[in-house]
Design a protein around this ligand. Structure first.
Ligand SMILES: Cc1cc2nc3c(=O)[nH]c(=O)nc-3n(C[C@H](O)[C@H](O)[C@H](O)COP(=O)(O)OP(=O)(O)OC[C@H]3O[C@@H](n4cnc5c(N)ncnc54)[C@H](O)[C@@H]3O)c2cc1C
Length: 318
């Protein structure tokens, strides 16, 4: 296969996996199969908070910080959003009591965004207040494109009253460049990611090479003097070794202080690169996911490496 055919195949495989990620029929069956359960364990230490806490202790011993996220999205009942909020409040109490350097990361739809925007904000506010009291930090995940405006609004409102909150932005969206310019004067904590959802070419770069280049360009923007002076904190959230190296060179060349950035990766992905960053003395945080509702999240992880698609599909439906 030529490189163009490989790239077309990868793009199709990614689309197929992302479409499957939202399929309820598949979720209900796939999560019960031993093969899928075995294969997800590569990306998460276990379904329970205790499993994540054990992994965080081990990471801390290696000099690596942690971010926890309880899997779940698009809730349908307000009491579920209350449960999620209480869970994260408890997490912040428990990690502080255990002396762990663990931040939390939460999806707005888990806090009730689809059901009641105001209640979602109040839930977020409760988390941010607890983060301030517990020396913790709340990251707001970015979900698919219909949620971007509402998520930015949540962040702006929370940031107006507290510096213990940050937001994820996606380099695959054309709009992100402007969103960053708007947020920089606030001295924002921004986690830059490539973007994990299926988005049309009208709003997102269809070519991976363009997403990669935009990631580099936007990261450099957030590491420049005026952004740093405003108090920007950048989470460089990628496992891409080329970007990791290019940005390390930029950081060294421009004498960016360690307080202004952290690399961020997912548990179980690119471990050698994680170790390399630690050895080089670069700040690193690893996000650990846990919880029972892992299917869509797991499919998005597979979509990031579609080379395995035939193997996965055969095992799920076979
Ligand atoms: C800390 C963190 C938080 C995130 N939060 C969000 C968010 O809020 N919203 C959102 O849309 N997305 C989020 N993402 C996911 C992100 O958008 C990408 O989908 C994901 O990081 C894969 O892209 P990449 O930058 O690693 O680069 P890629 O170019 O996709 O991958 C680079 C290399 O990393 C390795 N790799 C990457 N992914 C995998 C995988 N799943 N399995 C095995 N190897 C892999 C491969 O070797 C690959 O060649 C987050 C990612 C991280 C690290």
């Amino acid at each position: 296969m030529g490189s163009q055919s490989i790239s077309n195949f990868m793009s199709l495989a990614r689309k197929a996996l992302l479409a499957m990620s939202t399929n309820r029929w598949l979720r209900e069956r796939a999560t019960k199969t031993a093969f899928v359960r075995r294969s997800v364990s590569r990306f998460m230490p276990g379904e329970h908070l205790e499993d994540a806490m054990r992994a965080a202790v081990a990471q801390q011993a290696q000099g690596v910080g942690t971010i926890f996220t309880e899997l779940g999205e698009n809730l349908t009942r307000l009491d579920e959003a209350e449960e999620v909020t209480r869970h994260y409040l408890d997490v912040m109490d428990r990690v502080q009591a255990a002396g762990l350097r663990v931040q939390i990361s939460v999806k707005p739809t888990q806090l009730g965004l689809d059901l009641d925007k105001e209640l979602c904000f109040r839930n977020l506010q409760r988390l941010v207040d607890r983060a301030a009291a517990r020396s913790n930090f709340v990251w707001i995940d970015m979900e698919s494109s219909p949620y971007v405006d509402a998520t930015l609004e949540l962040f702006r409102r929370a940031r107006a009253g507290s510096r213990f909150v940050g937001i994820a932005l996606q380099a695959y969206l054309y709009r992100t460049e402007k969103d960053i310019e708007d947020l920089l004067p606030l001295g924002s904590a921004i986690r830059l990611v490539k973007g994990a959802y299926l988005e049309p070419a009208t709003i997102a770069f269809p070519k991976k090479a363009d997403v990669d280049e935009n990631f580099y360009k936007l990261s450099c923007r957030m590491l420049r003097g005026d952004a740093l002076q405003a108090g920007t904190l950048l989470h460089i959230a990628t496992h891409d070794p080329v970007l990791v190296d290019r940005l390390a060179s930029f950081i060294d060349q421009h004498l960016v202080p360690k307080s202004a950035y952290e690399y961020a990766m997912l548990y179980g992905i690119q471990r050698p690169l994680q170790e390399q960053l630690v050895r080089a003395g670069r700040p690193l945080r690893v996000l650990i996911a846990y919880g029972e509702y892992w299917f869509p999240w797991y499919m998005r992880r597979l979509a990031e490496r579609p080379a395995n698609i035939w193997f996965v599909v055969k095992n799920i439906i076979g």
